[in-house]
Write a protein that binds this ligand. Structure first.
Ligand code: ZN
Length: 117
């Protein structure tokens, strides 16, 4: 399985069969501490996901820019109003981008410094 498919399906970067997230009763998926299939520890140390926040920030700014451009083009609103519209449209996407940023961070980290334990 390719890395891109593993990222989109949120599977472990090492074995690509175990899931990274489990569903919770609150509809917000919680992460497994370790891969259910191969035992890879996802959060390698305290503060590990700080790097994922940078990825999430980049994804968020990009998504807001695209949405604001769509509002600006389709509704012909002034630029500032279009940016505010883009931010409002982005809000429901924020949790999904946060989870995807974590998956991307785990994949990047495993590509650069694989956990061989
Ligand atoms: Zn695994």
């Amino acid at each position: 399985m390719s890395a891109m498919r593993g990222i989109l399906q949120q599977l472990c970067p090492r074995c690509r069969t175990g899931k990274i997230f489990r569903k919770s009763v609150w509809l917000f998926p919680r992460m497994y501490e370790r891969c259910p299939a191969c035992g890879l520890k996802f959060e390698r140390e305290d503060g590990y996901f700080l790097g994922a926040m940078y990825i999430g920030y980049g994804l968020g700014v990009g998504a807001i820019a695209v949405l604001a451009a769509l509002v600006w083009e389709l509704l012909k609103w002034p630029l500032l109003k279009s940016v505010v519209g883009g931010i409002v449209l982005f809000l429901p996407l924020a949790p999904v981008l946060t989870w995807m940023a974590r998956v991307l961070w785990i994949y990047m980290d495993q590509a650069i410094d694989p956990d061989r334990s």
